[in-house]
Design a protein around this ligand. Sequence first.
Ligand code: PEP
Length: 244
Amino acid sequence: MTRRKLVAGNWKMNGDRAALAELVAIAAAGAGAVDVAIAVPATLIAPAVALVPGFAIGGEDVHPAETGAHTGCLSAALLKEAGASFCIVGHSERRADCYETDAEVKAKAEALHRHAMRAILCVGETLAQRDAGQAEAVVTGQIAASLPEGAAADWLSIAYEPVWAIGTGRTPTVADVAAMHGAIRAKLRALIGAEADAMRILYGGSVTAENAAALLHAGDVDGALVGGASLTAAKFVPIVAAAG
Ligand code: PEP
């Protein structure tokens, strides 16, 4: 099956209104036959959408509840009202910093789906888990425990992000990436049947203009989730080009 590639950026807690000039340059560069999206800090969602209407702007986290006493959190409805069309859930930095569990990640994705938003669900092993030979079991276990009800390719993508590759300049070999994506695809098939073949599985972790072509064309890799290199058009646009 042919799956259209998706290259998504994750600005994390970086960027300000002045930095949105980079977003304008990224949008202006065009994407060809590739989908492009950028998740930005929540305060930048509305100004970003105003600057690049029609470009997919997303949030970096969402609370699973609709409303309530959750100081500092944002619901899917609030993100959507601000202009976000998608949101990342389960990023390893949130799993580590905020102790997010698979069950919470699942509930977050389901909240996005209730509001007709798209989700990028992140999974990935730590270095200790990889060294112990547990990487595949950990990642497929995260998939099984955090895959939302109604998981379907038109609103959900998976991002395989080995924790030890995020922001470190280290990446798995292309063969290791292909093997893990194949294992994720097989797990998805076991869970949701043929829909798994339409679902995009992104690779994330130190993707750069230099390594993007090899990583993005590995088996079962349907795009990338890019952190540091999504902050400037000069670094991000070549990654989008490499995906095409
Ligand atoms: C990320 O934060 O999802 C990520 C992959 O970061 P980086 O590209 O900087 O490793």
